[in-house]
Design a protein around this ligand. Structure first.
Ligand code: BG6
Length: 541
């Protein structure tokens, strides 16, 4: 595009960012997925791999071997994957031919990974395929199984020589899904077991939130602009709210996993604490994996309960009862498939905590997440303090400063010049973007302030669709880039912080669940976590 056209396009706010040179996987490889018949493989992994292939990110020969216990042919497996991808709207009718070419690289291998002998059969099959297709022996193993199986699978793979600790060429890497362990002790044991067989650099602990474009943008926004990060500290910030709300309950047999996990293990220990670390961390020395991980760990080490002085009152848990979802009656969690009828698993969790660093000391970080809530939204909101000069704060009828809680009644004119505190909100999903809310004078003869918003929306500023998190993460794992994965000490430090909550729950009497209706915003007790903050929980329409 000539420069003049670029300038015009920029002025119109629609720049087609020049496509960067594709960051291709440079070497041939075999990707072996354990848990190949599971939902993750069908709904996320294979669609992501197909998309990478279509985007020309695999410049060399490759194979994808799905390992599962069920008996099926390669073609049955390929068809199932295609049907699932279509159901999830990840491939369309027009992609059919492309899918057929891609699927020639997809192989199914029936194997029971709980049986030691099955690994030598896998080794033989894999070596045969690698030879036949000239793949050279680079291998990425993806463990999409229950975390109880990780150590065993890796040990057996090592026993038959499929993973090697010292090998750099050809390389061997292993991706493990979250949750990594069930508490700090099991996470440490798992680490020790795995690190006996592999180097830290060979282990890719995945947290798919780190692959989301909007999450990656947090560091670019903070450290790529000179004007925002200087405000990220206790002098200007009243509190930070991180919300990850989901409408869905337990679809399919999801309850079978979730009932043994709960919100704390499922998303707080990983996704929410990772988001917090990215918002609170100091600038890293570089964007390399080590420097980024070092800074995140520093934040996680400094987490402190942010409630009462005795540490109580900083966690609110809940479980949904019957209610409505998208206008239709919704069942209670305890009525969901594969969930115990007297389950005490938390489907909602809100926490108030602090980050005890010079930058953040005294600033509450409020985290909340839940299933069966009113709306699907993930957002990080930085809520700024009131402007220090109370020029725009009117007096109430009693002479107090108006904070809009004056209850003056219908004639109230207190808030007329009230300046709402500014909010910087990172919308992780949906409607991805960043917005800044601040007060502006309403045009007219009186001084009336009104909150207004400046919005950046990905959909408006960029023409290309956002890549799926798994696309980026699979590509990085194939290229050996660990930056967007979790390092061992990140995982264990996060567990160190949350494990005492699990232990406290064990000591307490069974909670009185359910305590919120499906389709609501969670238990009302969560409101008390905001005491002393200028605001309420953020509302989403
Ligand atoms: C997963 C959790 O890690 O993240 C699920 O196990 C949750 O329970 C999911 O639903 C949410 O992911 P996303 O990308 O849809 O926000």
């Amino acid at each position: 595009m000539p420069a003049s056209e670029i300038i015009q396009a920029k002025a119109a706010g629609h720049v087609d960012t020049p496509a960067p040179t594709p960051v291709q996987v440079a070497e041939p490889f075999a990707l072996i997925i354990f848990g190949a018949t599971g939902a993750l493989t069908h709904s996320k992994l294979l669609p992501a791999l197909f998309s990478l292939w279509q985007g020309n990110f695999f410049g060399t020969p490759f194979i994808i071997v799905g390992v599962g216990r069920r008996d099926k042919t390669d073609n049955q497996f390929r068809d199932e994957l295609r049907d699932a991808a279509e159901t999830h709207d990840r491939i369309h009718a027009s992609d059919r031919n492309a899918w057929e070419s891609f699927a020639e690289n997809v192989i199914y291998h029936r194997s029971d990974f709980t049986v030691a002998e099955s690994y030598s059969t896998l080794a033989e099959r894999l070596q045969g395929l690698e030879k036949e297709r000239g793949l050279g022996g680079n291998r990425l193993f993806y463990l999409a199984t229950d975390s109880d199986q990780f150590a065993r699978i890796i040990k057996e793979l090592a026993a038959v020589g499929l993973v090697q600790r010292e090998a750099t060429q050809p390389w061997t890497r292993v991706v493990v899904e979250k949750p990594f362990g069930k508490d700090v002790t099991s996470a440490r044991t798992l680490d020790e077991d795995i690190l006996r067989v592999l180097h830290e650099e060979q282990i890719f602990r995945i947290d798919h939130y780190l692959g989301k474009e909007t999450v990656q943008n947090l560091l670019s926004f903070r450290f790529g602009n000179a004007i925002f990060d200087p405000l990220f500290n206790s002098r200007y910030v009243d509190h930070v709210q991180i919300t990850m709300a989901e409408v869905d309950g337990m679809e399919g047999r999801r309850g079978a996993y979730y009932d043994g996990a709960g919100a704390l293990r499922d998303v707080v220990q990983n996704h929410l604490l990772q988001l917090l670390a990215l918002v609170a961390m100091e600038p890293p020395a570089s964007l390399g994996a080590k420097d980024v991980h070092d800074e995140k760990v520093r934040v996680l080490r400094q987490l402190v309960p942010g409630g009462g002085k005795d540490g109580s009152g900083w966690v609110v848990r809940g479980q949904y009862g019957t209610g409505t979802r998208e206008g239709r009656p919704a069942r209670a969690y305890r009525e969901e498939e594969a969930v115990a009828t007297n389950s005490t698993t938390e489907t909602y969790l809100a926490l108030r905590l602090g980050v005890d660093t010079p930058r953040w000391a005294g600033v509450p970080f409020l985290l909340r997440t839940g299933k069966g809530l009113a709306r699907r939204v993930t957002e990080i909101a930085i809520e700024f303090k009131q402007a220090p000069l109370r020029l725009f704060t009117a007096a109430t009828q009693n002479g107090d400063l108006c904070d809009r809680t004056c209850n003056c009644g219908a004639d109230c004119r207190c808030g007329i010049a009230y300046a709402e505190p500014s909010v910087l909100a990172f919308r992780i999903q949906p409607d991805e973007g960043i917005s800044l809310s601040f007060s502006a004078k309403q045009p007219g003869m009186q001084l009336v302030l009104q909150p207004v918003r400046m919005d950046f929306l990905y959909g408006q500023s960029f023409k290309q669709a956002l890549p799926e998190a798994y696309e980026r993460l699979l590509l990085d794992a194939l290229r050996g880039d660990l930056t967007l994965f979790m390092r061992s000490d990140e995982v264990t430090t996060a567990w160190e912080f949350v494990t005492p909550i699990l232990e406290a729950w064990e000591r307490q009497p069974a909670p009185n669940f359910p305590n919120y209706a499906a389709g609501s915003w969670g238990p009302v007790e969560a409101d008390r976590l905001l005491s002393g903050c200028q605001r309420e929980w953020r509302q989403f329409q």
